[in-house]
Design a protein around this ligand. Structure first.
Ligand SMILES: *Cc1c(COP(=O)(O)O)cnc(C)c1O
Length: 377
């Protein structure tokens, strides 16, 4: 069997071990230390826009702390894009609140502004005003931010940006991760850069960052003994992981270039295959890091399914993955309200994510190309 080609695997830059060694040399083997501070500074410098980054143990933790700081609690409602990974919605449940799911735009794949507004109006009229909106930039593609921000402003509902898959993407030249009242980054192992596991909450003010760090380190009051006036969490990033993050930030721009080059590779192949649509930017307003290049098979042209194609790749030891199964179709969220049609559902039925790691080699691409060429679409 030939070696496995992964969908998206960690790709170290070379500088990581030096920072880890430094942490060992100074015995800062803890959820605090120089790597954590420097990693946050590197993120802030990268994002610009005067944002403040708090490094956390995961993107999921970051989302949880964002919701807490927006006052989400028991019985509240939070609007969330349905077409996403479950971690976008789970923290709503942690707080005893209810996710209200919204369908995607056909071209952009992220939250439909049209259904967002319908959902907000209906919840306000018939129930209660949602406490927050969670928009996702899926597979690196920026959501339709002008339209979504306009609606959130109009109804005065804070926006949380789930940028877990989109560090390095921009919308109208502004970096994803800087649009929300809070924004979430993830450095999980399969993401565009990784700390082996980790995340960050991007805040608009220094006070919010301080509050995030306070909550993530067990909410200790200022006192010589252990005193607590609030429920705390153990969500801070370790100084070892942050060392990996520092090294990864140094190569982030390069990683984005490589992912985008993979995308161009696929674009060229599928340009001549009528049965396949590749998911790409609708206009120059959108700049995707192309974390995962994704395609859909056109039912009107081919009887083959995404699962057939997935099986052909698997035969050659090449990993691919169906698109995210929408949250409103997940058993765990079956009782949650949903606004939309069947856009996300059809994407799930017809789509596939292709190997997109920044560490794909030319020989890997050749093997991938062979599978596509030999597949009778
Ligand atoms: C990965 C991911 C998360 C969660 O990040 P973790 O760091 O794995 O907790 C949240 N939302 C989306 C869209 C993701 O892809």
């Amino acid at each position: 069997m030939e070696s496995k080609i992964w969908l998206s695997s960690p790709h170290m830059g070379g500088g990581e071990m030096r920072y880890i060694q430094e942490a060992f040399d100074h015995n800062w083997v803890a959820p605090l230390g120089k790597n954590v501070d420097e990693f946050e500074i590197a993120i802030e410098d990268f994002l610009q826009e005067n944002k403040f980054a708090a490094a956390l143990s995961s993107g999921t933790a970051a989302l949880h702390l964002a919701l807490i700081q927006l006052g989400v609690g028991y019985g509240d409602e939070v609007i969330c894009q349905s077409f996403t990974f479950s971690a976008s919605a789970n923290p709503i449940k942690y707080l005893g609140a209810t996710p209200v799911f919204v369908d995607s735009d056909k071209t952009n794949w992220n939250m439909s502004p049209e259904f967002l507004e319908i959902a907000i109006q209906d919840r306000i009229q018939n129930h209660k005003k949602p406490k927050a909106v969670i928009v996702v930039h899926l597979y690196g593609m920026p959501a339709m931010m002008d339209e979504i921000l306009e609606i959130c402003t109009k109804y005065e509902i804070p926006l949380i940006e789930d940028s877990a898959e989109s560090i390095g993407s921009t919308y109208k030249g502004q970096k994803c991760g800087t649009f929300g009242a809070f924004s979430v980054l993830s450095f999980n192992g399969n993401k565009i850069i990784t700390t082996s596991g980790g995340g960050a909450l991007i805040c608009g003010t220094w006070e919010q960052k301080a509050k995030t760090i306070f909550l993530s380190t067990q909410a200790r009051d200022q006192a010589p003994h252990y005193q607590h006036s609030e429920v705390g969490y153990n969500y801070r990033l370790s100084n070892i992981s942050a060392g990996i993050g520092r090294g990864q930030m140094e190569v982030l721009e390069e990683r984005v270039k490589l992912r985008r080059a993979n995308h161009d590779f696929y674009k060229e192949i599928f340009a001549n295959i009528e049965a396949v649509n590749i998911f790409t930017e609708a206009s120059s307003d959108f700049f995707s890091n192309h974390w995962l290049t994704s395609i859909t098979l056109d039912k009107n042209i081919t009887a083959k399914t995404n699962h057939d194609l997935m099986a052909s790749f698997a035969e050659k030891n090449i990993e691919t993955r169906p698109l995210w199964k929408p949250m409103h179709l997940q058993p765990v969220f079956k009782d949650c309200p949903y606004y939309g049609e069947n856009v996300a559902e059809e994407l799930f039925d017809q789509g596939l994510c292709l190997p997109s790691g920044s560490n794909l080699k030319d020989e890997d691409k050749k093997r991938i190309l062979d599978v596509i060429i030999n597949f009778q679409f």
